[in-house]
Design a protein around this ligand. Structure first.
Ligand SMILES: [Zn+2]
Length: 278
């Protein structure tokens, strides 16, 4: 498999979830082997480069976030990374004038749309991360299990003790077509009772029904309803694909995730690194 980048500059502007401010994004071609490199153009020159690397991941409570040794941070990268995984983009320069990616509609679809026509092969090959024997991480009742498989397949189960959102189970072969049609449009979600806490703590200031599904005790607040009957588990699948993109390598294996989230996904990424002797 060839490393990939894009063949032209692409611009986008949209609000960030946490601060609710407009964020300008400029996506630029990169050289083979450069990796995914973020540049905070609003941060001090020389200290504003943040490379996608599992060493730079921090604070996994509400998303997957990156920082460098100078204190430059970038929040909520997982939906963007998820789209990059699906597009197989390995090398990209990302200029951004704030500390978070635009939330857009809470899914990854717009990132696909922005990039998909511009993806090109680079000269070098990229090696897959291969799951050669079963590996797993667990924390309480959360699990991520990896097994050998000729391809990339994810089985995902969620289970909430809630009157509306209960259990969902989905298994999918991860290829571009499936990703685009079945996963990329699934939006992030939260419960109505979480909103007060977020507001009281000045979190998710940009959050609205335009960029998240809000779940009530008997349905969702969003006027248009759900995009898929099982949109929640589909979004969790979108998230884990993005969370494991911190390794910036294609994955070959079958993942079984049960009630997983950003923190345990990152634990699994570390296991996967060890398993491949990185
Ligand atoms: Zn998400």
């Amino acid at each position: 498999m060839k490393r990939k980048t894009i063949n032209k500059n692409i611009k986008y502007m949209g609000i960030g979830l946490h601060k609710g401010e407009d964020i300008k994004l400029k996506l630029k071609p990169a050289k083979s082997g450069e990796g995914i490199v973020f540049k905070r153009v609003d941060f001090e020159e020389g200290k504003n480069i943040i490379k996608l690397d599992n060493q730079n991941v921090f604070e996994l409570t509400r998303g997957t976030n990156l920082k460098n040794e100078f204190g430059a941070q970038i929040y909520t990268i997982e939906h963007f990374l998820s789209a990059l995984y699906a597009l197989q983009i390995t090398d990209l320069n990302v200029e951004i004038d704030g500390n978070e990616l635009p939330i857009i509609d809470g899914s990854a679809f717009k990132f696909l749309e922005l990039l998909e026509e511009s993806v090109i092969d680079l000269e070098d090959d990229i090696e897959e991360l291969v799951i050669k024997s079963p590996i797993y991480v667990s924390k309480g009742d959360k699990y991520v299990i990896g097994m050998p498989y000729d391809g990339y397949k994810i089985t995902y189960a969620i289970n909430f003790n809630h009157s509306f959102l209960k259990s969902e189970l989905l298994e999918m072969e991860i290829n571009y077509e499936n990703y685009k049609n079945e996963i990329s449009k699934a939006r992030t979600f939260g419960f109505d009772f979480e909103l007060e806490y977020l507001k009281a703590n000045n979190l998710a200031l940009g959050g609205s029904l335009d960029n998240a599904i809000v779940i009530t005790k008997d349905g969702v607040l969003n006027p248009g309803g759900l995009r898929y009957d099982d949109e929640f588990v589909r979004h969790k699948m979108l998230d884990i694909i993005g969370d494991l993109k911190v390794l910036n390598r294609p994955i070959k294996g079958h993942l079984v995730a049960v009630k997983a989230g950003h923190a345990i996904n990152n634990e699994f990424a570390k296991e996967l690194e060890k398993h491949n002797n990185i």
